[in-house]
Write a protein that binds this ligand. Structure first.
Ligand code: TXA
Ligand code: MG
Length: 312
């Protein structure tokens, strides 16, 4: 496994690897992605294979600019409004796919819609703007395990020869993008919560509850799971447990990680996967988590913790 710095020569290597139909792990402003040419079915198949992910579970295709999205997808009114506000950024839109789109049908299980996103990370945009194809890019972790936020996480999870680009000093949000079904003109539904909250979205487009003809694995009960058992809503921890705390009100324990001492939810979101990864690798019996306020980005944090703790 080669971890490459973001030096120009390594960026060129990554571009060449992608042009050759192979995969590269690239940091984005949310989490690390495992990228391959979305127009090339063989490259897309390699992504599923590397993650051991079922082909039925669709991939987000990542672009460097909106004009390229327009070539592949039909832009509904709701999508037009949301992209103006939030793209580039941690927002994924599901859109009707054009008949002449070159995106491999493998990306979305042969259906007539497609999830698309424009990350705002500088490193991603540098690479994507030098390619003449978009990138299919799920989080760079094995199926159903934690999303990676460092090159080391990627290396631990994906056991093969995929080059990994190291993060530059770009912003880091730490939780996957908000996924919005925007196939309709006048309303949207939120399929996965994220940094862009329902409250923000509802300022621009009405939100309807999910009605089920479209499913996101963002809705699987179990996802993002570490190997250890997780216990929610605890205000203290036993000596043998790992304690993921939030805010300043609780007693420190032996194995301790505070998501945000100041009680800042954005900071907590950026530390969440780091904390879960940390205790998954430590000698602790279980992971216990303090209550997190169910507001703003806290909704996405609680969503990820609940699914990480699902035991079934
Ligand atoms: O922040 C992110 O979105 C990261 C970075 C790398 O961009 N990517 C990411 O991709 O989280 P992934 O594949 O790990 O999660 C995307 C989720 C999947 O669970 C998939 O089921 C859902 O999005 N999804 C993708 N396309 C969909 C579609 N057309 N309809 C419903 N759900 C879709
Ligand atoms: Mg994922």
């Amino acid at each position: 496994m080669s971890i490459l710095t973001f030096a120009e020569k390594n960026i060129n290597t990554a571009i060449q690897v992608l042009k050759n139909g192979n995969l590269v792990a690239i940091p984005t402003e949310t989490v690390y992605g495992l990228a391959g040419n979305a127009y090339n079915g063989e490259a897309v198949a390699k992504i599923f294979e590397a993650k051991k992910r079922p082909f039925l579970n669709p991939l987000i295709v990542h672009f460097s600019n909106f004009a390229e999205i327009e070539k592949n997808c039909i832009i509904t009114k709701s999508a037009y409004i949301l992209q103006k506000q939030f793209m580039p950024g941690p927002l994924t839109l599901i859109l009707p796919k054009r008949n002449n789109s070159k995106i491999s049908p493998l990306c979305n299980n042969g259906s007539n819609y497609q999830a698309v996103r424009i990350p705002k990370g500088k490193l991603f945009l540098t690479i994507a703007s030098r390619l003449d194809f978009p990138l299919a890019m799920p989080s760079a972790n094995p199926y159903q395990s934690l999303s990676p936020t460092t090159a080391k996480h990627v290396a631990n999870g994906l056991n093969n020869k995929i080059p990994i680009l190291q993060k530059d000093d770009d912003i880091e949000l730490g939780i996957e993008s908000t996924i919005v079904d925007s196939r309709h003109d006048d309303f949207v539904t939120i399929l996965r919560s994220g940094n862009i909250t329902a409250q923000e979205i509802s300022q621009y487009v009405p939100i309807k509850p999910v009605e089920g003809d479209i499913k996101s694995s963002g809705q699987d009960k179990k996802h993002y799971a570490p190997k250890k058992k997780i216990i929610l809503n605890q205000t203290s921890a036993k000596e043998e447990q790992g304690f993921i705390d939030f805010g300043a009100g609780h007693k420190k324990s032996k194995h301790y990680f505070n998501l945000s001492k100041k009680g800042n939810l954005q900071e907590a979101a950026s530390n969440l996967f780091k904390a879960l990864w940390f205790f998954d690798e430590q000698n602790v019996s279980e992971i216990v988590v303090a209550p997190i306020p169910e507001e703003g980005i806290g909704i996405a944090i609680n969503d990820r913790i609940k699914r990480a703790s699902y035991d079934g």
